[in-house]
Design a protein around this ligand. Structure first.
Ligand SMILES: Cc1cc2nc3c(=O)[nH]c(=O)nc-3n(C[C@H](O)[C@H](O)[C@H](O)COP(=O)(O)OP(=O)(O)OC[C@H]3O[C@@H](n4cnc5c(N)ncnc54)[C@H](O)[C@@H]3O)c2cc1C
Ligand SMILES: C[S@@+](CC[C@H](N)C(=O)[O-])C[C@H]1O[C@@H](n2cnc3c(N)ncnc32)[C@H](O)[C@@H]1O
Length: 615
């Protein structure tokens, strides 16, 4: 446990050894008597656990106030002992003022019986970047999403639903923001029918606001010095709808590129296997090396938030695959007059962990690249990965043949071959077939952009570099490019495109281009699926009967986008909580184009009233 980590804390101070107290709210994180016993008596028993998850495939718990993670550690310990066979636990917790992993380790050290779970949690502890952070706990058949932001903002962003809630802000008098009626209304709105709520506080306002939101509220004998605690239950007629699925849904994924592989991995993490269908070609994901970086948006709005979140998540998942990472870090060079200000805004943004995005002057980039270069942005967590390794690890199943058509009579979906014979009948189908997704579900707004990257053996590049084009190390040399030809669906290698790639590289890094000139070049040529707003399609297929989902339109960033969007899609299909905030889910929702057209038509049909200043 690094001492400096604890000494400099802006949020926590320590009472009686290892009892944390908030510097901001001057209140303790849990009972002085015994925090673990309190967590069990107030939150686990208060939500009727483990009884409430008996017989359930999936169960979802949400918490206001993640703090030291003690309640969640106690929850996980109970889940480990009493998990229904095949069950998956989704946890969502909110924290505006995160503790460091070292501080949490110290606070949790009082309970040796939680030591192994505390070690898992603190080893994967969320960062400080504003947004949703996913922690994988496959050993415990659980996932934990921690929202680093204010409770109201987090609940507005989260899709839910929760079956149980731990309301654990500091005392309402000291921490009123956590207990506002607006927050408690959102607790109700993000609940499954019949959801349970537990809290240590029985403050009158909290009870009245929960009751007004639709909960029946009771006071029970409290823990330790507290006379009473609170239990509440949402009326069964309230709460969100879940998709109606059979107990063991039959699931098909069409496509075995990074989109299909990401969906397969995400389903498996939720305890569900899928059949995978694909034509022979590897598609756009078949490159020998791929760069994983976010798109950099200076505006730092929702699209920037989406790319920051997918980037962080993809990095975590790729780093967990032995041998998948070829290289780390990338430099994005300045290529236009707006870039210095854009890069400065990105480096200062709280969307990324501190130090992940850092400006570098021309001397520094020149040193890193080994030849004269412009100033730029160092992307510390960028990765170059080996796609084949990732795909084989995540698909982990025999790949069956291509799909010529899909059909549904409103019940199950049928996958058909060229002869019209049924390959498979499924309750849920994920279309992850790049451009072919639009042939299987006509109306999907996808457009092709042909691309060719060139690669050569035996030539080195010291660090990955982006400049409009890109150059990255591969296992055996370098890969650079790539061309962008809109409307072109030809995936054959073209010698002229090697020349174009060399020219683009020579304009920025002429010495490296000179070393590559004359070297035998090989091609990765493929078709990217893109959309009119350059954002992917991830969601239910608009206008189709239930159970049909698409993940496509990944453009030039499939290796950053697909892993988290695969989790979003798997959650949508199974009715589990999505790791993607609602505003970001709307950005990628395939129905957005039709929705925009409808809104424009409505506007035209009812022009604004003019108020004239005439008699
Ligand atoms: C030259 C080039 C370089 C690139 N470099 C990068 C990079 O460095 N980093 C990055 O993030 N992105 C990069 N991209 C973009 C990236 O490759 C794509 O975003 C990503 O591969 C798309 O993945 P996908 O799974 O959606 O589609 P694909 O990888 O194209 O996979 C489609 C799958 O669908 C299957 N399929 C097609 N038709 C059918 C059918 N009828 N039935 C069943 N299966 C079918 C195919 O066999 C394939 O398995 C690059 C793209 C190109 C062209
Ligand atoms: C009582 S502590 C939670 C203890 C925690 N459940 C545990 O097991 O350690 C309350 C937590 O709520 C957080 N908090 C307070 N106000 C908040 C707000 N408006 N939004 C989000 N988190 C808030 C605090 O930073 C603190 O970590």
């Amino acid at each position: 446990m690094p001492n400096e980590d604890l000494a400099a804390s802006p949020v926590v101070t320590w009472d009686e050894g290892d009892l944390p107290r908030s510097r901001l709210y001057d209140d303790v994180y849990f009972s002085r008597a015994d925090g673990l016993a309190e967590a069990r008596a107030v939150y686990l028993a208060g939500c009727d656990l483990p009884e409430a998850w008996r017989g359930r495939d999936r169960f979802s718990v949400a918490e206001l106030g993640f703090g030291t993670g003690l309640n969640i550690a106690a929850l996980l310990a109970l889940w480990r002992q009493t998990r229904p066979p095949g069950g998956h636990l989704s946890i969502f917790s909110i924290e505006a003022h995160p503790l460091s992993a070292g501080e949490a380790r110290r606070a949790l050290s009082s309970w040796p019986e939680l030591a192994d779970i505390a070690a898992l949690l603190t080893a994967r502890w969320p960062g400080r970047a504003r947004g949703f952070h996913r922690l994988d706990l496959p050993e415990l058949h659980a996932t934990l999403d921690v929202a680093i932001m204010d409770a109201f903002e987090a609940l507005s962003a989260w899709g839910g639903p929760a079956d149980a809630w731990f309301l654990d802000g500091f005392a309402p008098a000291r921490n009123p923001g956590m207990w506002r009626a607006e927050v408690l209304n959102l607790v109700a709105a993000r609940s499954a029918p019949g959801a349970r709520v537990a809290s240590y506080t029985v403050a009158g306002q909290v009870r009245r606001d929960l009751a007004a939101a639709g909960f029946s509220v009771e006071r029970r004998p409290g823990f330790g010095a507290k006379r009473q605690r609170l239990e509440a239950r949402l009326e069964a007629r309230l709460g969100g709808d879940a998709p109606r699925l059979p107990p063991r849904p039959r699931i098909a994924i069409v496509g075995a590129g990074i989109a299909g592989a990401s969906v397969a991995r995400a389903l498996r993490a939720l305890g569900v296997e899928a059949r995978v269908f694909a034509t022979q070609d590897a598609g756009a994901s078949g490159a020998p090396a791929a760069l994983m970086t976010p798109r950099l948006d200076a505006g730092l709005g929702d699209a920037a938030g989406l790319f920051a979140q997918v980037f962080h998540r993809a990095g975590t998942l790729y780093e967990a695959i032995p041998g998948a990472v070829i290289a780390r870090q990338a430099i994005q060079l300045e290529t236009g007059p707006k870039d210095p200000a854009r890069f400065a805004a990105i480096a200062a943004s709280d969307l990324f962990e501190p130090g992940v995005m850092e400006r570098r002057d021309a001397m520094e980039t020149t040193k890193a690249l080994g030849e004269a270069a412009a100033a730029g942005l160092l992307i510390g967590d960028a990765l170059v990965i080996e796609p084949a390794l990732v795909l084989s690890r995540w698909l982990n199943a025999a790949i069956e043949g291509g799909v010529a058509a899909i059909s549904s009579d409103g019940g199950a979906w049928r996958l058909l071959d060229e002869a019209g014979e049924m390959l498979f009948e499924a309750d849920i189908v994920f279309l992850c077939a790049g451009m072919a997704s639009a042939r299987l579900a006509p109306g999907l707004a996808l457009a092709p952009v042909r691309g060719q990257a060139s690669w050569a053996k035996g030539v080195d590049c010291p660090v990955s570099c982006l400049f409009g084009g890109y150059v990255i190390p591969s296992r055996t040399g370098v890969l650079f490019g790539a061309t962008h030809d809109r409307g072109d669906e030809d995936a054959q290698e073209r010698p002229a495109d090697h020349a174009r790639n060399l020219q683009t590289l020579a304009a920025v890094l002429p010495e490296l281009a000179a070393r590559l000139d004359g070297a035998p070049l090989q091609a990765h040529a493929a078709v990217r699926a893109t959309t009119a707003d350059y954002l992917p399609l991830a969601g239910a297929v608009p206008g189709a009967p239930g159970g049909l989902f698409v993940l496509s339109g990944l453009g030039s960033r499939g290796f950053a986008l697909a892993p988290l969007l695969g989790e979003h899609l798997a959650a949508l299909a199974l009715g589990a909580p999505s790791p993607l905030p609602r505003a970001l889910a709307r950005l990628v929702d395939p129905s957005r184009f039709a929705e925009r057209t409808r809104k424009r038509a409505e506007k035209r049909a009812s022009p604004p009233r003019l108020w004239r200043n005439t008699p």
